[in-house]
Design a protein around this ligand. Structure first.
Ligand code: D9A
Length: 416
């Protein structure tokens, strides 16, 4: 906590969000009367603490269905990601995973010891039990998406198949992330929380996945390279280097940064659809569930832009304070539009005019401003409020220091 506050020292709105988050009573989700359900949410918390809380805030009707969808996809992903499993073994599992989720008692112990979510598959029988207890409508949606994703993953896992063109890049990201957007939209419409239009707009649902996945792929360049996973499309990196791994060579640093801008520009192409999608979502718990990953992604893209560290450091993340502040600020379209405007301005301000993508990134940022002012006029007041918080940063650092000390005193007295 203290390190998070220090990292956000010059961002008082983040320090405030951190202290509020720390002092806020944690919603206790009681599953004690249902051991299997308790185990399910234990696994959910193990896979992603921050996002698990957002899923558990969903209205009851959708909560278990989306929890199980999340865990089933995480299971499939853990088999796809595991480079210790040979292709002959891996591909049949990917292609039949949509049948496996109907096999009571099925578990999987073939993951390598370092796979983060290995235990999830060792106890996958608990997930299958929960899945089989879901309404058939949700089972059908989850099984259909799992089938299409498994087959798409199997295709790109096949020897000799690479992400060469930007069309391949869009197709691969559709299989592993776009389909998730489509499946969730079908659930939102099927349960009546959202209009049937949400399920119909497959293009917008797909972009919800592609913006997240492309941000992750751009962020995880070094980690993926280390594990011999290559998702950056050759059509892009081939303009800047002979081989993808040449981008880490210090003598290629300018080319590497230009390639990074190209990847950032490509990902920003989905923001218009993301905002149009979020505008359709009316159920408050669904809105937060959909908006939080998207604002995390634009904050991450801003952190990545012109940041050469992605070629030298693995696992670079946005500040903890920033994530808590973003979760607090993502409860309606005006606030979310204001956040996208704020980060678009930061991205544009840090762009290097000599970078070949200075203009197309500038245009993308300009479009965000234009769309938001035109379609979400309420975002202007929200932006002013956010900027007041941010601007207080420089002159407010004294205030911040005082707030920190006060916060520490309160915390100490509270927990003494
Ligand atoms: C999502 Cl059911 C994901 N992915 C995410 C998380 O958000 C999306 C996996 C399974 C499900 C949902 C998501 C959330 C809300 C609406 C969506 C949506 O579409 C309408 O998916 C498109 O990243 C994984 C994919 C990107 C592959 C889809 C958010 C999440 N964040 C993690 C951070 C991380 O990097 O994993 O899981 C977290 O906050 O810990």
């Amino acid at each position: 906590m203290a390190s998070a506050i220090l990292a956000s020292l010059f961002h008082p709105s983040e320090v405030l969000a951190l202290v509020q988050y720390k002092l806020a009573p944690k919603t206790k989700y009681d599953y004690t009367n249902d051991k299997a359900r308790e185990r399910l949410y234990h696994h959910l918390n193990m896979t992603s603490r921050s996002f698990a809380a957002v899923i558990q805030d969903l209205d009851e009707e959708l909560k278990d269905a989306i929890c199980l969808f999340y865990l089933i996809l995480r299971g499939l992903d853990t088999i796809e990601d595991d480079m210790t499993i040979d292709l002959e073994t891996k591909i049949p599992y990917l292609k039949t995973f949509h049948e496996i989720i109907y096999q009571k008692g099925w578990t999987f112990t073939k993951n390598g010891p370092n796979e983060k979510d290995r235990q999830l598959l060792v106890e996958f029988d608990v997930v299958i039990e929960g899945f089989l207890a879901l309404k058939p409508a949700y089972q059908t949606i989850i099984a259909d998406i799992t089938k299409r994703m498994g087959n798409g993953m199997a295709h790109y896992a096949t020897a000799g198949i690479h992400v060469d063109t930007t069309a391949d890049y869009d197709e691969y990201c559709h299989y592993v992330a776009g389909l998730v957007g489509l499946g969730l939209s079908e659930m939102f419409s099927a349960c009546g929380f959202e209009s049937p239009m949400v399920a119909k707009r497959k293009d917008l649902s797909n972009s919800m996945g592609l913006f997240l996945q492309k941000t992750n792929i751009t962020r995880d360049y070094l980690e993926d390279l280390r594990d011999n996973r290559r998702f950056w499309p050759k059509e892009i990196w081939g303009l800047y280097a002979e081989k993808l791994e040449d981008l880490v060579k210090p003598e290629n640093s300018d080319k590497a940064k230009q390639c990074l801008s190209h990847m950032v520009s490509n990902a920003m192409g989905h923001i218009k659809d993301v905002l149009e999608y979020l505008e359709m979502i009316k159920n408050p718990s669904c809105f937060k569930f959909c908006a939080i990953p998207q604002v995390m992604a634009i904050a991450t893209l801003n952190m990545l832009h012109t940041n050469y560290k992605i070629f030298t450091h693995e696992n670079i993340k946005i500040r903890k304070g920033e994530t808590v502040w973003l979760m607090k600020e993502s409860d309606n379209i005006d606030k979310v539009a204001a956040i996208f405007r704020l980060y678009a301005r930061e991205v544009n301000n840090k762009s290097d005019p000599l970078d070949p993508h200075f203009v197309d990134i500038g245009v993308a940022c300009g479009e965000i401003e234009q769309i938001c002012v035109g379609k979400y006029p309420g975002s202007t007041a929200e932006l002013a409020r956010l900027q007041a918080g941010v601007m207080a940063g420089t002159s407010g650092s004294v205030i911040t220091a005082a707030a920190v000390v006060a916060g520490a005193v309160v915390l100490k007295s509270t927990f003494a």
